[in-house]
Structures are given as C-alpha cells and as structure tokens.
Design a protein around this ligand. Structure first.
Ligand code: UD1
Ligand code: UDP
Length: 367
C-alpha cells in the first residue's frame, strides 16, 4: 500500500486541502496521513471541523506573535521526526506559506518526493507578497510534481524549466470548497440586521502591509464609510496582534464599520455571496469573489492571480490612500462602473480539481 502524506497549517491551505484530503481518503490502494503544522490554531481548527477532517499528526507550533524564524525552525525540527517515522512515498504541500516551504525543505533533506498543489502562481517580486513569492518558488525548486490551477500557472512553470510531463493542470480546489460551503438558503442575524444597506466585506493581513500601508488603506476606507451611511463594512479581523491593534486604532468609533472575529469559512463564503463588493489584500479571496460575481478591490501592488484582473472583476488599487478612496467611492456611487465589474467569472475550474489531483497522484504512485 502506497503512503501519501498531506501537510498544511494555515486557514487558506486548510480550505483548499480539505476537499483533496476527503477525495484521497475515498480512494482505495493508498493510505493518507494528514499532518498539520498548526501554524494557525483556531483558524485552522475551525476549517478542519467544517470539512470533517481529523488530522493524524498535529505539530502544534503556533505561538502568539511568531516570527518567520520561529515558524521555519519549529516545522523543520518537528516535521523531520514525522518523516523519519512515517516514510511517506509522496508528500503534498499547498501554496505559498512558510509551512509549505519548510515542509518541502524537510522532504528535500530526506529525499522524499514532494507534490505542490496550487503551483505556478507568480508575481516575480520577492517583496510582494512577502515572503509568499519566495516560498512558492522555493517549493517549486524542490517539487517533483506540480498541480497548476490554470494554463497560465502551467506556462510559468514551463518557462522556468519544469518538465511538462510532471505538471498537471487541475483547476483550483478552492472552487471545490465553494461547492460545499455556499448555500442558497443561508441566513445570518448580522445579514438580516444589515437589510437595505450595501454590505462591503473587508479583510487585510499581509505582512508587507502592516504599519504605514495598512494605516493608509484604513484611512481611505474610513473616509469612504463616513461619506456613505447606506454602507455597512464588515471586517473579520485576522488574529495577528499587530493587525488587531491597527484595525482598532483606525476604526474604533466609526459607526458603519463593524469589526468581528474571523468568520467560520461557511459564514465567510456566504457573507461574500451576500455582499456588494469586497476590499482585500488576501490571495484566496481573489479566486473566490470573481466566481461569486463580486467585484474586488485588491489593496496590493501586485497579484499572482492575473486571470481575474483580465476578466475585469479584480482591480489592483495599491495601498495609497487617495487611490483606494477614489476607487472605492466610484464603485459605490457609479452603478455602470459597478455593473462592469460584477459579472461572475471563474477561471479556476469546475469544482473537480481534487478528483484530478487524486487521479494524478494514483498515476504517480502507480496504484
Ligand atoms: C500566514 C501566511 C500567509 C497567509 C496567512 C493566511 C506565512 C509566512 N504567512 O500569515 O501567507 O496569507 O497565513 O491567514 O506563512 N494567530 C492566532 N490564531 C490563529 C492564526 C494566527 O492567534 O489561528 C495569530 C498569532 O499571534 C500568530 C499571528 O496571528 O503569531 C500570525 O500568524 P502567521 O501564520 O505567522 O502569519 P499570517 O499573517 O497569518
Ligand atoms: N476566510 C474565512 N474567514 C474569514 C476571512 C477569510 O474563512 O473571516 C477565508 C476566505 O474565504 C479564503 C481564505 O480564508 O478562503 C483566505 O485566507 P487569508 O486571506 O487569511 O489568506 P490568503 O488567501 O491571503 O493566503
């Protein structure tokens, strides 16, 4: 029996890996071991619970205010012992987190093959996003098999010399996840209370934005909120203490900006489906919102998801106050502009990415 191990540790990795774990576990002829690093704790546990995935191994590394050194060192050390005990035939990592990079490095040191899920995304700027662009490129120096969500991602890998026969274009498992979370009959007291107002969903957590860029972003959003009383901004704040401090300093006392705890993924996806537009510096939300037909103002200078920009549903607005203020106000005040951006567009597959990846894994393992 071939042994496959998946390893992930943060909320976005869990949302995109749980559908794959469940698919792999339904296949005969392979054993699946789920190792979580718990680079995130509550945010990870909530997703595992929602998708009914119980980890076999939990490295439990998260510390409050952890640095990149802490995360890298702890994972390398603890994951090494796991690999030496379990000897998997293939390890699957996801995306661009320090969990993915450190776990892949441990595999490389022990000469265990790595498959990279969500491979080939690029900004070609290692400062943006930081450190994610480095992480995903480092993983792909190591990975033997790459699961690219789109043809564009595949082209990036080919241009960098990765062998065509080891790249599988599968779609993104985030669409598989949306298929199980978004519900027609969804309701929530907070959405009921907001009836008649335009809901704007806001998230912001990128490391390179913490400090002055985030202050500028939040000033722009507060100015716009104060000029539009018919808008309710819902901001589930990331638990990073630096982000929390910044969010409260910027928004306390503003009556139509509502700061909440991070939402459970089912709530978040359905809040997205009920929102008017989305402001974010997140990666995954750039894939989900276009699929739901929601315009997104991306508060970053670069994106590794050019498909949504080309389609017109994502707009890169950077982190300058006046630019965000004018783009946000324009979308709220100009219905024609809003209509141009609010069509559904999904370049990320048909919701069967997990099946394609599991088929490829079976082929790779010869099972
Ligand atoms: C990480 C990823 C980033 C991803 C993000 C998703 C890296 C370098 N960064 O960044 O790519 O976009 O996750 O959210 O891998 N915390 C909690 N509880 C939690 C999660 C986090 O309290 O469940 C707090 C802790 O104080 C922790 C801090 O948030 O130290 C930062 O978490 P960390 O994983 O280091 O960085 P993120 O900004 O979440
Ligand atoms: N998300 C969530 N609850 C929230 C905010 C976001 O479940 O309160 C989900 C969102 O739908 C997406 C993922 O978390 O699937 C994005 O995570 P994040 O923005 O933290 O990371 P990134 O994608 O930028 O790496």
């Amino acid at each position: 029996m071939k042994k496959i191990m998946t390893v992930f540790g943060t909320r976005p990795e869990a949302i995109k890996m749980c559908p794959l774990v469940n698919e792999l576990r339904s296949r005969e002829g392979i054993t699946v071991t789920v190792c979580v690093t718990a680079q995130h704790r509550e945010m990870l546990d909530g997703v595992l619970h929602t998708f009914g995935v119980a980890p076999d191994i939990d490295l439990d590394i998260m510390e409050d205010g952890q640095s990149l050194f802490d995360v890298t060192e702890e994972i390398l050390r603890r994951f090494r012992s796991v690999l030496e005990t379990e000897h998997p035939d293939l390890v699957l990592v996801h995306g661009d987190t320090t969990t993915a990079m450190s776990a892949a490095l441990a595999c490389y040191y022990l000469r265990i093959p790595v498959g990279h899920v969500e491979a080939g995304l690029r900004t070609y700027d290692t400062e943006s996003p930081y450190p994610e662009e480095f992480n995903r490129r480092a993983v792909e120096i190591i990975s033997s098999y790459d699961f690219a969500p789109t043809e564009e991602a595949r082209s990036n890998l080919l241009r960098e010399g990765k062998p065509d026969e080891r790249i599988f274009v599968t779609g993104n498992t985030v669409i598989d996840a949306l298929g199980t979370t978004v519900r027609n009959d969804y309701s929530h007291p907070e959405l009921d209370a907001a009836a008649g107002r335009k809901i704007v969903l806001l998230t912001a957590h990128r490391r390179e934005n913490i400090g002055e860029p985030m202050r500028r972003m939040f000033r722009a959003i507060r100015r716009t909120a104060e000029e539009h009383e018919n808008v309710l901004i819902i901001y589930p704040v990331h638990p990073n203490p630096d982000v929390r401090r910044q969010a409260h300093e910027s928004f306390d006392g503003c009556k139509n900006v509502c700061l909440t705890e991070p939402l459970d993924v089912v709530d978040f996806h359905n809040f997205m489906a009920h929102s008017y537009l989305i402001l974010t510096d997140s990666g995954g939300i750039q894939e989900e919102a276009p699929a739901l037909g929601k315009p997104v103002l991306v508060m970053r200078d670069t994106t590794e998801r050019p498909e949504g920009v080309a389609a017109g549903t994502l707009r890169l607005v950077g982190t300058e106050e006046n630019k965000i203020y004018s783009e946000f106000s324009r979308l709220l005040d100009n219905p024609r502009e809003y209509a141009r951006m609010s069509h559904a567009y999904n370049p990320y597959g048909d919701g069967h990415a997990s099946q394609r990846i599991a088929d490829a894994v079976e082929e790779i393992l010869g099972s």
